[in-house]
Design a protein around this ligand. Structure first.
Ligand code: R5P
Length: 237
């Protein structure tokens, strides 16, 4: 008697392959003939590479960082200033964490301020991420907060009073300087159970430029890369 054949398990894809998969899948959300909002990061880089394959079908992009602008232009995609465009139909970006409501932590690549601006001018936010980014509660990933340098210590003390541990992000032994000429404070030890309230509170602290919780500019859709294929999650407004 022959044993019944067991189903062949799908081969796990590398993180890079998962990112490429969702980068390609996001093309389905790009309105042809329009300008698309483009985020920042390693997952978005895969999207930009995919976007280049349809570059003749779009008008161009509004970019959320110097790095994305350079990649877009190198691939022959026109980049518009966000002030030149009133509204975008879609914004495609990655995340450091996303929960089941579409709330996110972003800014691991220090681009959070421009990302929040472009997200705010877009009607739909499509988050592209590999499955490791999906969490129950935001806060395991160090929360990035862009601050005006003279406020850094005070902001860090405010996070300490909340139970967080904050430190200034460094690059080559010096405080990292963002595209906007500011610094980043990364905060660990927080459990962000009410992202809307948290974002509102921290955004009002003097010297905070942008907090990396994206709750008021949350995702409408998440394309999650898994070894079984792209899972589409849609979130209620
Ligand atoms: O500042 C960077 C952004 O918020 C990125 O979208 C985020 O850090 C995710 O990046 P990655 O796709 O490289 O994980």
């Amino acid at each position: 008697m022959t044993a019944p054949a067991s189903p062949t398990p799908s081969k796990p894809l590398s993180q890079d392959e998962l990112k490429a998969q969702v980068g390609r899948a996001a093309l389905a959300y790009v309105a042809r003939g329009e300008i698309v909002g483009v985020g920042t990061g390693s997952t978005v880089n895969k999207f930009i590479d995919a976007l280049a394959t349809i570059k003749d079908e779009i008008k161009g992009a509004v970019s959320s960082s110097v790095a994305s602008t350079e990649r877009l232009r190198a691939l022959g995609i026109s980049v518009f200033d966000s002030n030149e465009v009133e509204e975008l139909s879609v914004y495609i970006d990655g995340a450091d964490e996303i929960d089941h409501r579409g709330f996110m932590v972003k800014g691991g690549g220090a681009a959070l301020t421009r990302e929040k601006i472009v997200a705010a001018q877009s009607r739909k936010f499509v988050c592209i991420a590999d499955a490791s980014k999906l969490v129950e509660v935001l806060g395991a990933f160090p929360l990035p907060v862009e601050v005006i340098p003279m406020a850094a210590r005070r902001v860090m003390r405010q996070f300490a009073a909340m139970g967080g541990i904050a430190q200034v992000r460094e690059k080559d032994g010096l405080p990292l300087v963002t595209d906007n000429g500011q610094h980043i404070v990364d905060v660990t030890g927080l459990k962000i159970t009410d992202p809307l309230a948290f974002e509102s509170t921290v955004s009002q602290w003097p010297g905070v430029v942008t907090v990396g919780v994206f709750a008021h500019q949350k995702a409408d859709v998440c394309l999650l890369g898994t070894s079984e294929g792209v899972k589409t999650m849609e979130f209620a407004a």
